[in-house]
Structures are given as C-alpha cells and as structure tokens.
Design a protein around this ligand. Structure first.
Ligand SMILES: Nc1ncnc2c1ncn2[C@@H]1O[C@H](COP(=O)(O)OP(=O)(O)O)[C@@H](O)[C@H]1O
Ligand SMILES: [Mg+2]
Length: 394
C-alpha cells in the first residue's frame, strides 16, 4: 500500500520499481478518488485505489479480495496469507519522505565518523538578496479572514512560493499571526530569529533586519512568528507597520499572514498594503463576518486598492451556491478554492502545496491568485518545476 503522503512522481517511481522487481506483489495506492486524478491512476499498473478515509472493514475486505486474486492468478499460495498481520510499524522498512532543509547545520553527532580533527565544510548559502532596481513599485499583500481556520496560512505560503517564481529571493513572507503563527512549522523551517527581533530597535539597520529572516529553498524569506503568544503580544501595531514599510524598500513582494479578525494589528497592516486577499469558507457565520468586515473597512477608508475574494473549501454539498455566497458577502467572488486533501498532506510534509502537487485543484486555485497579482507569473512555470525537481534529486 503506497501513500497517501506520496505525491504523483514518488508514487509512479515506486510503482514502476516495484512492478519490475517484484511482479508478484499486489499494489494498492492510498489516495483520494477524484475524477481529475483518474488519468494518473490509469497510467500506473495498480491493483486498486483505496480512499485514505476508508473504514477498517473496507480495507480488510479489499486486502482479502486482492489475496484471492493473487492466488487465483498463481502469484501466491493460500498459505502465504495464513499468518496474521503481526507487524508493528517500527518493524517496517521505512522510506523517509521528510523534506531536507537546505541550510540544515551539520549534526554534531555525525562528526565522530570523520574524526573530530577534520574540518567540517559548511556550504555557503546559494542565495543572495537581489537589489531592487530604482523606481520598482513594490507590492504588499495581506491575507485576512474574520475567523481562524479559513485557509489564510495555506494561501499566504503558496502565494509567496508562486511570487518567488517571478521574483526569486525578492519575496518575504511575514507571519503576523502574532499569537498562533505556524508558517515555520508548515514549511519545516527552524528559524533562529523571529518577528520580535525584526521589530527590535537594532533592526532599523537594513543589514541587521536581513539577519532576522529565514530563507526557504523555494526562493523566499520568512519573518517567523513570535516564539510565544506573550512575546507576540509585545509587538506593537506601529512596529508591525514600520516593519512592513521597511521590508517594502528591499523586497519586490511582501506577503503578510495576519491574526484573524480586525484587531489593531490587522487594521494597521491593511493601511500599509497594496492588496488584500480575503479568505472565507462557505459557512454562513464566516460569510456574514466577511460582509461585516467589508462594511467596516469601507467605512474606515481602509479597503486596500486591490481586493481579492477567495472562497475556500468550496463544497458542492454545502447547500449554498457561489451566487448565494456573493449575495451574503455583498461582493463578487474572485477565486473558488476547492476542498482537497493535498492541502493537509503538503503542510504535513512541510512543502508548499503548489510545488508538492502541481495538478491539485486547490494548488491551481492558488496559482490563479498569484496570476492576479503578478500577471507575468505563468509562462515559466513548467520550466521552473522541472528545474526544482532535478535540483532536489542531486
Ligand atoms: N482547500 C482546502 N482543502 C482542504 N483543507 C484545507 C483547505 N484549505 C485549508 N485547509 C486546512 O484547513 C486548516 C486551516 O487552514 P490554515 O491555512 O491554517 O487556516 P488559517 O491560517 O486561516 O487558520 C488546515 O488544517 C489546512 O490544512
Ligand atoms: Mg493561520
């Protein structure tokens, strides 16, 4: 059984290798069964596809049928299936799919193997801060939602990733969800400095500010969230505004993930951005809250120049159509982002979704947000994809 943490390329590689080496093996891919995934499933020599949410009963039933099929076709003997499945997870050969972070420091425990006298060569970073050409109009994009859990962080991360294809290393992603920021977790980064350092007096100096950033291999920088909610609370709204302004003088794009609701920090953020991405799911409470948010921002004169309305986790069974949604929020919907299990998988793997599962419909929805902000984003996409993948396997 393969998956569901494996993406298309990994699954395909394993299926090809296993069917060549062990033609007698029964192969099941565990992954969502959706019509848009049928063609890639069709390309593989599989016995079955199993939904990750399948009950134990369905799973055992499928295994029984596969066993009977293997026996009937002479690939196995009845007694091969006599022994009960007594393997513990720890006994299984394990292929790690954990992402490797580029700047990971050498583990001191590994040094013994080379002897302690030997010098450990530390690779210099392969990135640099490209200078902004004079007169370049920089853009700042806030991702906001009236409530938590709507998909702000998912969108902010993937927006930064997509924009970094257009402006490599000239994108910074600010985790301004001051209490519960989780961007570095979702990207498997280990930040040395956080937003607390980035707003400190010393960071008025541009060079010092740059040392508070954490680099991501996909070509962008992250201002990590505060190490604790208490420290996050100490970041003053004015300091956050100042940080955004300073980052805008160095980076082509500044993407800001915000605290849910319209607290002081989020209001001040909206005052300093060119674009706002409003995220809501299809729940009526969230839609009503979005409407209230729009009305309030319009009244305060704080609606940013470019507004992008994203309805996330679009579900045909919600009882609402997009027309209903537009009526409730009192504004047109710009992007419909479908519900997809690839979102959680990418986040658990610590990889941006748009690079983890290129064909995923939620990833495609995020690409269309990128395109609204950077219309030049699309043409190079497939080339960049291939280059990234070949780098990874080096
Ligand atoms: N389109 C989607 N399909 C499925 N799950 C999603 C989708 N968007 C977000 N999620 C999941 O919903 C949860 C909340 O998303 P997150 O981006 O952390 O929201 P927020 O930052 O607004 O709290 C996460 O577990 C995420 O994986
Ligand atoms: Mg979040």
């Amino acid at each position: 059984m393969l998956g569901p943490v494996l993406n298309y390329e990994e699954t395909r590689g394993l299926v090809d290798a296993l069917t060549t080496k062990h033609p007698n093996l029964g192969l099941i891919v565990v992954r969502e069964q959706r019509s848009d995934l049928e063609d890639w499933v069709d390309e593989l020599s599989l016995h079955a596809v199993l939904n990750p949410d399948a009950t134990d009963e369905t799973t055992v039933g499928l295994l029984d049928r596969l066993a009977s099929w293997l026996i009937a076709h002479g690939h196995a003997e009845t007694h091969d299936f006599d022994a009960p499945l007594a393997l513990e997870i720890d006994d299984l050969p394990f292929v790690s799919t954990a992402p490797v972070t580029q700047e990971a420091a050498p583990d001191p425990a590994d040094e013994g193997a080379f002897g302690t006298d030997q010098e450990v060569e530390i690779e210099a970073p392969t990135w640099e801060f490209p200078p902004l050409e004079a007169g370049t109009a920089t853009e700042a994009i806030a991702v906001v939602a009236p409530k938590g859990g709507q998909g702000k962080t998912t969108i902010a991360i993937n927006l930064a990733t997509g924009l970094a294809e257009v402006a490599p290393n000239s994108v910074v992603l600010v985790d301004a969800d001051l209490q519960f920021g989780d961007i570095t977790v979702a990207l498997a980064l280990q930040p040395e400095k956080t937003i607390v350092d980035a707003v400190a007096d010393a960071a008025i100096d541009e060079l010092v500010l740059k040392t508070t950033l954490t680099h991501h291999v996909d070509g962008f920088f992250v201002v990590a969230s505060a190490p604790s909610p208490e420290l996050g609370d100490q970041v003053a709204p004015a300091a956050l505004a100042e940080l955004i302004t300073r980052l805008r003088s160095t980076f082509r794009y500044v993407v800001i993930d915000t605290t849910p609701g319209l607290g002081e920090h989020t209001l001040v953020t909206l005052e300093h951005v060119t674009d706002a991405v409003f995220v809501t799911n299809m729940g009526v409470p969230s839609l009503r809250a979005t409407r209230t948010e729009f009305e309030l921002l319009t009244k305060l004169g704080l609606m940013p120049g470019n507004r992008h309305v994203v309805v996330n986790q679009v579900d045909k069974n919600s009882g609402l159509t997009i027309k209903d949604v537009e009526k409730i929020i009192g504004a047109p919907v710009d992007i419909e982002m479908p519900k997809s299990s690839a979102v959680l998988l990418a986040s658990n793997r610590g990889v941006p979704l748009i690079h983890d599962d290129v064909r995923d419909p939620a990833a495609k929805a995020i690409r269309s947000i990128v395109l609204r902000i950077a219309p030049e984003a699309f043409p190079k996409r497939s080339k960049i994809q291939r280059r990234r993948r070949s780098n990874e396997s080096e």
